[in-house]
Design a protein around this ligand. Structure first.
Ligand code: DAK
Length: 264
């Protein structure tokens, strides 16, 4: 067993490591992986450990075959008052997930609904099995998306489709999700983890500072006007010339060999 596996025991998650990739599996199969407070807390703890572990270059977040996650845990939140929701700021764990440094890939099979879809959208990229179904069904419960659903979804698919999904609560399949720009790739159900692991391993093999800068720069584009995003990108780009990995990557190219990145 590798480091992240041996040191991590969770009630609601399974944690494994393959080479430089950590694999976190949501593990509440009896509740369609509904996201309760315990799960969100454990997820943040494991992501903190991944960020701190130099051996981990990429993290994969997945669920079960039937459900990635069917949303926030309705049974846990149904009796909450406005004061409970407001005073405890119960959206904070989702913000914390989004603040992590290592690239995070969602491998989605089955249902990704409500908070489950929002969790997938917090990830840096979604790889969907052809069985995946995405939806923001909160309207059917008399509420609205609360963990970025109206914001990240609109940025990913545009206003028309976001309105359609959030106002009707209808689900879209993997093919429509890819066509709409929500997911990066669709793969056969049986190949989901194999294909996702190939992508994650490739990312983990590159220079970690360069990977982190690209993640930061693309996420900046979601939060800033274009001139500010370009300014930040340029600053980060110049910074890559301060790394040994830039020298190694370019030397390897000219010497026609594979680069040996040291992550510094
Ligand atoms: N919460 C709790 N339990 C759930 C659940 C959920 N979201 N989804 C499914 N389950 C449970 C079911 O109650 C059932 O439990 P038992 O009855 O066996 O005890 C078990 O999982 C199996 O589910 P089903 O029997 O319903 O299975 P089916 O195959 O028939 O249907 C389904 C699968 C996914 C279509 C169906 O379970 C379903 O419609 N689930 C609810 C989907 C949904 O409405 N999701 C949105 C939830 S609202 C916030 C952040 C985020 C959010 C809110 C606030 N802040 C931090 C402020 C997000 C809100 C939401 O996500």
């Amino acid at each position: 067993m590798n480091g992240i596996e041996t040191e991590t025991k969770c009630e609601t998650l399974l944690v494994a490591q393959e080479g430089g990739v950590a694999v976190i599996t949501l593990n509440r199969p009896d509740a369609m992986n509904a996201l309760n407070a315990k799960l969100l807390s454990e997820l943040n703890t494991v992501l903190d450990k991944c960020d701190a572990d130099p051996e981990i270059g990429c993290v994969v977040l997945t669920g079960g075959e039937k459900a990635f996650a069917a949303g926030a845990d309705i049974k846990e939140m149904k009796d909450k008052s406005f004061a409970d929701a407001f005073n405890t700021d119960f959206i904070a764990p989702y913000d914390a997930i989004a603040s992590h440094k290592k690239p995070l890939i969602a491998a989605v099979s089955g249902f990704a609904l409500g908070g489950g879809m929002e969790l997938a959208m917090i990830c840096d990229m979604i790889i969907a099995a052809d069985s995946a179904q995405f939806g923001q069904p909160e309207i059917q419960l008399g509420i609205m998306p609360g963990a970025g659903g109206t914001q990240r979804l609109t940025r990913a698919v545009g206003k028309a489709k976001a309105m359609d999904l959030c106002l009707t609560g209808r689900r879209i399949d993997a093919e429509e999700a890819e066509r709409s720009g929500l997911v990066a790739r669709v793969v056969p159900q049986t190949a989901l983890m194999e294909e996702t692991m190939k992508i994650a391993s490739k990312i983990a093999s590159f220079s970690q500072p360069a990977v982190a800068m690209i993640k930061k720069s693309i996420n900046t584009s979601m939060a800033t006007p274009l001139p500010e995003g370009i300014r930040q990108e340029r600053h980060l780009f110049y910074s890559t010339f301060a790394t040994e990995d830039q020298k190694e990557g370019m030397a390897a190219f000219t010497e026609k060999r594979k680069p040996d990145f040291k992550d510094r």
